[in-house]
Structure formats: structure tokens, C-alpha cells
Design a protein around this ligand. Sequence first.
Ligand SMILES: [Zn+2]
Length: 298
Amino acid sequence: MTWDRVERLLGEDVLGFLRTQTVGIIGLGSGGSFAAVSLAMSGVGRFILVDDDALEATNIVRHAADRRYLGQTKVEAVADLIRQRNPSAEVKVVVGRIEAHADLFDEMDLVISGVDGEGPKYLINQACLDRGRTAVYAGVYERGEGGDVCVIVPGQGPCYACWAEHLREGLADPGAEPELDYGMIGPEGTLSAEPGLWLHVVRIASSQADMALNELVQGFDVHREMPGNTVVLANTWLEIYEGRTTLPYGAEWLTIPRNPDCLVCGSMYREQDSAQVSLDDLINLGQVSYEQDESESS
Ligand SMILES: [Zn+2]
């Protein structure tokens, strides 16, 4: 009975599949806690929650967990919220920093980054590249005026380092002319130094959870092709592109390319490329012309 409505929407096969899927959520703050509960309510059956913080009074107005969980760790609080929605969900909680638990990525089918700082995102990026895991990252801008969500699939397009270098390049080099107007990003790459209201944060987190769910159901009819690997969401009038204002609740889709010279994933691709050349390929090299190769792939 409980899952009737969701099953009608997603189908029995998809719901059955989602019950077997393990989503790792790193960082269980405003966005991460919302994404976790939302995915549990959408049928995801297994979770690994990683965060070293306890719920404090200041968190209460910006978190899925309320006063009843004060003093508990955020992972325990969110695990309880997940079980309240789906008692059969399997939830593994890890009180600590992801740096000390990189082996956990082996057990995750998909990773959601709920961390604020850029540093941990690079660690998640490396771990996901090593294991071929898709990761969905979100960033909320200063005062919650907007945010962005990107889906990083190893072997397809950019890694998070490529992505960040492209989108946050104004940060790395203040003299460079950024493609996007990222004035709302604070120094040190911390996006939400001045945090937004919960209702503004969860709009970003809701899109993050939805894009994660969409990645999980790849291959099923309910999967939707997205217009890019990145969406920038406005919560108010926001100048996402210089000289062009995006309306409140508007969105801009972007396809951020891979950087062939990326220090993180560049060598991985080069190794892959050379590994693809087999002995047979080398023997046949003289017989296969470049033009033939191109016509085969088109
Ligand atoms: Zn890269």
C-alpha cells in the first residue's frame, strides 16, 4: 500500500531496482539531509551516510531533522528520518570525515556530494573516478540566491576538477574574464558563506536528488535525457550570464566539456587511449587508413 503511488509512477520494475541501489551521501547538512529523505521517499533502498557533525540549535531551521534530534549526529538523525519513511531501508551511518573512509565508495552505486567546501569535492571526485562511480554535486550561492547541480560520469565528459576549473575559473584567476558571472561565490570557493533560507537551499537539493534518481534509472523508460551536464538555478533575479538576467525560478542548462589537460582526469584518459591499442591494432595499423576509421564511427 505504502508505495502504490510511487509504483504507479515509476513502475514495479524500477521500484524493485531502486530498492537494490546504494546511494552514498557525503555531507548531511541542509541539502544532503533533504536529498537523503527525498530519495528514500522515491524508493531508493540503501544508503551510506557520511558526516562528522552533530545537530546543533542553529541547524534546526535549516535541516530536515528538527529539535527532537538535537545533540545527535546528523547521520543518525537522517538515518532515523529515512527509516520513518521506509522502514525496510538499509542505512549505514558513518560518523567521520570521508577522507578517513574512502573504501566506502566501493559499496556505493551513486554518490551525492552534500559538502560545502571545494576540497572534499575533489576527494570525492578522485574516489569516484578511480571506481567509475557517477557523482552528483550541488553548490548553493551566497544568500541562497541560486545554485548549481552537475552530474559527473567517469569516462563521459568532465571530471569535477575539469568542471570546477571551467565554471569557477573567475575564482582561480581573478584577472580572467569568466564566462559566467560568479560574483555570488565567496572567497576560497565557499559558495554559501552567507547561507540561504532552507526553502532556497532545498530547491537546489531537490534538483540534485532528482538528477541522481534519473541517473540511477538509466536504461529504464522513466529515464529522461537532460539537456546538459549542469543546471544553474535562480531563486531570485540572478545575472547568471553577464548582461543577462535569469528570472526567479528560472534555470540555465550548460554542457561543461572535459579538459584534456586536466591534472586529475587527463592522464586517466591518456592511459585508456593507449590501452585501447591492442597488438592486433598495431599489426593492422598499416592496412587501416584514417579515413576508413572516421567513416566507421560516423
Ligand atoms: Zn578532469
